[in-house]
Each structure stands twice: as C-alpha cells, then as structure tokens.
Design a protein around this ligand. Structure first.
Ligand code: ZN
Length: 349
C-alpha cells in the first residue's frame, strides 16, 4: 500500500480567509485536465460616446427632474433613490434579542468616472483614472468628517451580470453610521492580528505573497494586485499598497498616480482574459471614519468578478455555497497564472 502525502495542488482542501475567518473549499483535482474552457467571443458592444437616453451622460435629465451639468471629467451627486437617508432619529426601535431593530442614517452618492458613455476603467487614460482616485479619496475625507458617519464604502458594480443597470462608467459611495458587516469582520481580524504579532495582518500577508510570488498578477512601485490565497470567486483579486496606509485620503501624489496605472493594467488583463468587458463588483476597504486612528487597518480593494470560463459562463454561488461553504475548482495560483499571462494591451485597441 502506498502512502500519498497531501499536495494542495492535487487534493481537495479548505483554505481560511485571514481577513474574515471564513473558509473556502478548493477542489484542484477537478481541473487537472488542461484548460478546456471554450472562449466564446461576445459580440463587441459598441456604445456611443454620448447617449441622449442615459441619465448619467452630461446635460441629461435624471429621474426626479434634476439635470446633470456639462461635466468634463467626473461628477458626484446624491443618489436620487438613496438606500440611506441623512436625517432621522437614531437609537434602538426594538432591542429584543429575536427582533432587533436599530435606526440607520447615511448618504448614498453616485460617481460618474467619465463624461464618455462608451468607456470603462481599462479604456480610460491613466490621467483620467487618477481623477477618479482623487474623488474617491475626497469623498472618504468629506463624508467621513461628518460626526454621524463611521464608515464610507466605495464600490463599483460593472456589467449587467452584476446587476448594473447602466453601462455609463460609474461607481457608488454609501456612507453610514455603523460599520457594515464585511469591514466589521476585517476590522476584528486585523485588530486581533496586530495584538498577537505586532504587525498589521495585510502588511505581513503581502510580504509573504511577494516572497512566494505565485499569486501575484501585476505590481508597480507602490501597489500589488494578487489573487488572494483564500479567493472564492474564480478570478478574484486583492489590490494592496506596499506602504502601511489606513485609508484612501492618506495616499501620496505618487501613490495615486501608481494606483491609476495599476487599475488600468489589472482591468485590462481582466478584459483580455475572455475578450469581453469583464464584469465585477469592486470596492475599497479602509479604516472606519469615527475620528480615531486604527493602526491595525491596511487599505485595500477587492475585485469580485463572476466569470468562470468565458464571456458567458459565470460561477454560480448556489447549493453547497448557499448552504455550506464556498467552493472553487481552479486554484488561486492557477487563476493568478492565467491573469499574469494576459497582455497589458487592451484587446480592443
Ligand atoms: Zn476587505
């Protein structure tokens, strides 16, 4: 009888997400075969630079009758159908254990990345992406300075498959009184890690990743994009600054330019993977904005793309994922390798 030793590139295993404490099941034996995913090219979507029916294009009327200015780079406005409202009574409405209700206040804003209806981040110039970076930082600063705002969540839903109803390049900023569920998990994990090791969790994590280098996708002098060890989505990535940075407003001029560059390079690789405008939800996690410094925090962005094998085949989080735990076949290392091999020249140029 032969004894087989455990080999994580071959045998089913689970990996722990150090940021949340949650686990993912990895089944690499199901992808031992060479990559057979048929890459179906989606029809090139040609959009006009200006769409008279788009409520985000310059000069157009939005729902509720407000009109967009003739903006030339970015535009921020309060969401016309905001999920949060700035004014209202606070406190517990119902504090019973089984029926807990608490009032929540906040602000929801929309950020147009560009006046051009037909562009996305990978197709924008780095200088124009830099303007988006500045608005992100400025919004965290401005909203976070409000006494009732303790967390500012910046995010982008890209593509109809992610529920994005308008292809005009835009993201959102939701700011509210309590720290939401996902950053709260990461806050607890990072706080505990700093207490145990004396170093921020993601600073040590990045050092290990750079040493191993098998999950790195793209890097420059200030930033590293990698497929995290615990990735759930097939081509999930984590974008990290090299320096210890608690929040977007702390980024230097150089770091902001380098961020614009790496955002362009990462999303170009995504688009080139299946030669499609790659859908994803992405967003920033930084320290809470309660006025204190949270030294255990390290700023980072998550990219959660749903596509698995082609422009039309997405991963479903169903059955076992809904009822037990997330599961993936392609390993984080294989995903990083595929993204790394992609050109930084966009397939449409
Ligand atoms: Zn995070």
């Amino acid at each position: 009888m032969t004894t087989v030793s455990f080999e994580p590139t071959e045998h089913p295993h689970r990996r722990r997400n150090a940021l949340t404490g949650e686990w993912v099941l990895v089944s690499p034996h199901r992808t031992k075969r060479p990559w057979q995913g048929q890459v179906e090219k989606s029809m090139a979507e040609l959009r006009p630079a200006y769409d008279p029916t788009c409520y985000l294009c310059p000069g157009n009327e939005r729902a509720g009758g407000k009109r967009n200015p003739q903006y030339t780079n970015t535009l921020v406005f309060d969401n016309d159908f905001s999920a949060l409202l700035p004014d209202g009574p606070s406190g517990a409405v119902d504090d019973r254990e089984l029926f807990r209700t608490e009032a929540e206040t906040g602000t929801c804003r929309v950020l147009c990345f560009s006046p051009r209806h037909d562009l996305t981040i990978p197709e924008m110039e780095s200088g124009d992406i830099r303007r988006v970076v500045d608005v992100w930082a400025q919004q965290v600063e401005e909203l976070g300075a409000q006494p009732n705002i303790h967390y500012v969540q910046i995010f982008e839903n890209k593509g109809a498959v992610m529920g994005c109803s308008n292809p005009h390049p835009h993201g959102q900023i939701w700011a509210n009184h309590t720290v939401p569920v996902e950053p709260a998990k990461e806050d607890a994990a990072q706080h505990a890690y700093l207490g145990r090791h004396g170093q921020p969790l993601l600073i040590e994590y990045l050092a290990h990743e750079l040493e191993a280098s098998e999950r790195i996708v793209v890097q420059n002098r200030h930033w590293v994009a990698l497929v995290p060890y615990w990735a759930v989505w097939p081509f999930e990535t984590l974008l990290l600054p090299r320096r210890h940075v608690l929040a977007l407003p702390e980024l230097t001029n150089d770091e902001r330019n380098a961020l614009a560059d790496i955002l362009k390079h990462l999303t170009t690789r995504y688009d080139n993977l299946f030669e499609t405008s790659f859908p994803y939800s992405m967003g920033w996690h930084g320290q809470p904005t309660d006025g204190r410094r949270h030294e255990h925090w390290q700023l980072h962005a998550h990219f959660y793309p749903p596509l698995l094998r082609s422009a039309t085949v997405k991963k479903f989080m169903v059955g076992y994922e809904m009822l037990a735990m997330p599961q993936r076949d392609i390993t984080a290392e294989q995903a990083a390798d595929r993204l790394r091999q992609m050109s930084e020249k966009h397939y449409r140029t």
